[in-house]
Design a protein around this ligand. Structure first.
Ligand SMILES: Nc1ncnc2c1ncn2[C@@H]1O[C@H](COP(=O)(O)OP(=O)(O)OP(=O)(O)O)[C@@H](O)[C@H]1O
Length: 425
């Protein structure tokens, strides 16, 4: 049964948040294995470019490549580690807080094709962080008599769509007179068992916008947000599990038209998210939530709503790690690299496409918004093998194919990272 979202409790100001809790950023990287398509590639073949150093290692010694970059992480999961070890190591400890009324957020962030959806959803044989979290919450509910509702929506081209509604209707994001963000009409569905959840969630996944791109056969074109709302003895807590759309380097994707527009919006909103996290972690006086729809919506879970004395927030990301958590950045003496070999003016390309679109109306417009869906996953695990460029993973060595800033190097790596904000209790 769908019910409207109730009014959230009042949000504390940024000042209150800082006085209530000192955020600590937790960054966890996951490396995926090379895919068969990458191993079979006729090109250069996959080149591992990441190594894990001990805390006392000197990054300067690792000078096998002209440019090394070194990032400090809170945890690292290699390709041998299953999704359950990530869940037990990094996510399960957030759940007890949700039962006490805290909000927690887990983001999977990374380049397109790096395995974010795989990590969040998993496969039938290897469940991902979403089913593992749901299963743990459901079993805790049995013993505590708490109840669970879910909301599932996507943010696409800076608009929000309800994935639990058959037609994925648009949800208006409004601010009430107290400045609190309201998602008008967003459905909430009560969940009592795993089979019930799997069915509801799978239908939502089918509605999510995906498409074939030059770097992933089944690429998410939107940010998918699953909110698990737990009501427990008067306390209401929320766990957001977010599969972000992948950031894309359009010199490599070859994106055109609508894909290019999507990509521009994806990159813009990921940048806005990184700005919010940076501002929170650096105790800046102004947190730029309003820069994108995604950050406005998540305001109550990204430092916006802190239950006094206890709230946990986790964010998975890599380039955010580069910005907010990196400790050492070692650049070898001969590391001055020229930037990209192929220079394409993506803005001009986008402008030209928008102009031609308004002339020819050749792009499919549905329900007042673009409909780019060219294929859908049949089950939670049905994504086809990706064709992402075979690069590898947190000492990152530049072998010549990923030049420029650390940000771009990290984009090239098939990695994820987590940020967790822990209050000082
Ligand atoms: N740990 C893993 N083991 C095996 N295959 C994996 C793993 N991680 C990802 N893959 C495979 O890699 C491909 C790309 O993964 P996925 O679609 O999850 O990437 P993504 O980061 O969500 O991409 P996008 O941002 O474009 O949506 C898929 O075929 C997926 O099955």
């Amino acid at each position: 049964m769908a019910t409207p979202t109730p009014t959230p409790r009042s949000l504390p100001t940024s000042k209150q948040i800082r006085s209530n809790s000192t955020s600590h950023v937790r960054v966890v990287v996951r490396v995926r294995p090379f895919l068969p398509s990458e191993l079979e590639s006729k090109d250069k073949g996959p080149v591992p470019c990441i190594s894990v150093l001990n805390a006392d290692s000197d990054p300067g010694r690792e000078k096998k490549s002209p440019r090394n970059e070194c990032y400090k992480l809170d945890s690292f999961f290699s390709q041998e580690n299953g999704l359950d070890s990530i869940f037990h190591g990094e996510v399960s400890n957030l759940i007890s807080g949700v039962f006490k009324g805290s909000n927690a957020t887990v983001f999977a962030y990374g380049a397109t094709g790096s395995g974010k959806t795989y990590t969040m959803q998993g496969t039938d044989r290897q469940p991902g962080l979403i089913p593992l979290s749901m299963s743990r919450i459901l079993s805790s509910c049995e013993s505590s008599g708490s109840s669970i509702e879910i909301a599932y929506y996507e943010v696409y081209l800076d608009r929000c769509y309800d994935l639990l509604e058959p037609k994925a209707k648009e949800v208006m994001v409004l601010e009430d007179k107290d400045g609190q963000v309201q998602m008008k009409g967003l459905s909430r569905v009560t969940v009592r068992s795993m089979p019930e959840f799997s069915q509801i969630f799978a239908s939502g996944v089918q509605r999510r916008k995906i498409a074939h791109t030059g770097l992933n056969d089944v690429s998410s074109r939107s940010h998918g947000v699953l909110s698990i709302i737990v009501s427990s003895g008067g306390a209401v807590g929320k766990l957001n599990l977010i599969d972000l759309a992948g950031n894309e380097d359009n010199r490599r994707t070859g994106n055109e038209g609508i894909r290019l527009l999507e990509s521009a919006k994806i990159n813009q909103s990921l940048f806005a998210l990184s700005n919010v996290i940076y501002a929170l972690n650096n105790n800046e006086p102004r947190i730029p939530y309003r820069e994108s729809k995604l950050t406005r919506i998540l305001q109550d879970s990204l430092g916006g709503r802190a239950n006094p004395m206890s709230y946990h927030e986790a964010v998975h990301t890599v380039s955010l790690a580069a910005r907010s958590r990196h400790i050492a950045n070692y650049v070898g003496p001969d590391a001055k690299q020229e930037t990209p070999r192929v220079k394409v003016d993506m803005e001009a390309k986008l402008r030209a496409w928008l102009e031609s679109k308004s002339k020819s109306k050749s792009v499919q417009v549905k329900n007042g918004h673009f409909s780019p869906i060219s294929g859908r996953t049949a089950s939670l695990s049905a994504k086809k093998p990706g064709s992402a460029r075979p690069t590898s993973r947190v000492m990152i060595k530049d072998h010549g194919f990923a030049k420029g800033s650390g940000y771009r190097l990290l984009q090239a790596a098939d990695t994820h990272a987590w940020y967790c904000f822990f209050p000082r209790l």
